[in-house]
Write a protein that binds this ligand. Structure first.
Ligand code: IFM
Length: 429
């Protein structure tokens, strides 16, 4: 496999999943702190203790030889109450990310910063969270503050991580914080996140000359069954999961199903379509879709894809799905499609010896390469994740890291896949 010179190899993490230290450094409460205190759930209170061990973790990244590290900023570390003027910014929080960014640059690793990876300040949730349009404006203010602090050193900005997943699990089914189970009543949380994205792009442009993007989760909707009703169900799911978060970004407005559910105001679509430099693609697997049974609450039924190996999460391993997704994006959006970064790709498996992860990554990197050969402009690939970490509703039971973490001792042990990825990066230079 050949990749062009300058192709970026990286790894991704997020704040609540690795930082711990939730009560330190002046950090405010996030919705994940509140959510995990209920019902005996595992918490991110300590997670990988990265807040204290970031220097060791940057050392691991340097050993891995990556070009770029994607991390997220914890909004409540910067604005404990989710709002307020520059004078109310928590300087201890800013100082942590300052240290991290400088440590990365010293090791020749480009900092790639995500502004929002689901840990909303609880104070904003108390005002309705992303169901409240005002949160979009608060997000833009927060983007401006982080831009002012780090705009001179961050090499790539990502506004939101996976707004579809945050809307769905956080507001439609209630499996994630903030725990609302509103089904289609969750759609305003999509619109307000996308509006916040557009406003944040505009705010960041005034603070940085670095490129800006968003990291979307994509899942090809594969009809299981050949009836017209199965095809229609798959098209509806595709509109919800994929098009809803891409069409408006690229200037096409929302797919039909959104309009009845959201309060779209004059100018919103222009804000959402504020030009982005890249599109971030997080891919894990396609989704099997069938027509729903009569009387079912949703217009589609999600079903397992038979005939594929599965990860410890039960997710099917389908590398070709990534190639088809990338080629499909080019077919659907043509010249409107910006160059792509694969901002997440990875799998959950147990063990320090992890040949399945090596096979998974090998297959997915080959799929990216095949899509590039077919004409898709992909600029980089980020493995999810550097470390085993707090996997949301699954707690610590699903391990996505290239590095094993013993959560009792915080000892880090590079896995077989770490050495494999390091060698791949070296060989590609
Ligand atoms: O751990 C998550 C990450 O936070 C967002 N994308 C998917 C990963 C694996 O579930």
């Amino acid at each position: 496999m050949r990749f062009p010179e300058g192709f970026t190899w990286g790894v991704s993490t997020s704040s609540y999943q690795i930082e711990g230290a939730v009560k330190e450094g002046g950090r405010g409460t996030s919705i994940w702190d509140t959510f995990t205190q209920q019902g005996g759930r595992a918490t991110g209170d300590e997670a990988c203790d990265h807040y204290h061990r970031y220097a060791e973790d940057v050392g691991l990244m340097a050993d891995l030889g990556i070009d770029a590290y994607r991390f997220s900023v914890s909004w409540p570390r910067i604005q404990p109450e989710g709002k307020g003027p520059a004078s109310s910014v928590n300087q201890e929080g800013v100082a942590f990310y300052d240290r991290l960014v400088d440590a990365l640059l010293e090791r020749g690793i480009d900092p790639v910063l995500t502004l929002f990876h689901w840990d909303l300040p609880q104070a904003l949730e108390d005002q309705g969270g992303w169901l409240n349009r005002d949160t979009a404006h608060r997000f833009a203010e927060y983007a401006d503050l982080v831009g002012a602090a780090l705009g001179d050193r961050v090499k790539l900005w990502i506004t939101l991580n996976e707004p579809f997943i945050h809307m769905t699990l956080g507001y439609a089914t209630g499996e994630h914080a903030p725990g609302h189970a509103l089904l289609f009543g969750a759609l305003p949380a999509a619109h307000h996140q996308l509006l916040g994205h557009g406003l944040a792009v505009q705010a960041l442009r005034a603070r940085t000359t670095s490129p800006i993007t968003i990291a979307n989760n994509y899942s090809p909707a594969w009809p299981q069954g050949g009836t017209d009703a199965d095809l229609a169900a798959a098209a509806t799911y595709h509109a919800l999961h994929n098009r809803m978060f891409t069409d408006p970004l690229l200037g096409r407005g929302y797919p039909k199903l959104a309009y009845e559910a959201i309060d779209l105001r004059d100018g919103d679509l222009d804000v959402i379509a504020s030009p982005i430099d890249f599109l971030g693609v997080n891919y894990y697997n396609p989704t099997g879709v069938q027509a729903p049974l009569p009387g079912a609450p949703l217009p589609f039924d999600l079903v397992a894809l038979d005939g594929y190996p599965t990860t410890d999460f039960g997710w099917p391993v389908v590398p070709d799905g990534l190639r088809d997704l990338l080629v499909g994006l080019l077919t659907d959006y043509g010249d409107a499609l910006p160059p792509i970064y694969i901002t997440e790709s990875g799998c959950a498996y147990e063990g320090v010896e992890d040949p399945q992860r090596v096979a998974y990554l090998d297959g997915h990197i080959a799929a990216v390469n095949a899509a590039m050969t077919a004409g898709v402009d992909v600029r980089g690939y980020f493995v999810w994740s550097l470390l085993d970490n707090f996997e949301w509703a699954e707690g610590y039971t699903k391990r996505f890291g290239l590095v094993h973490v013993d959560f009792d001792t915080q000892v880090r042990t590079p896995k077989t896949s770490f050495a494999w990825y390091r060698d791949l990066i070296r060989a590609s230079r």
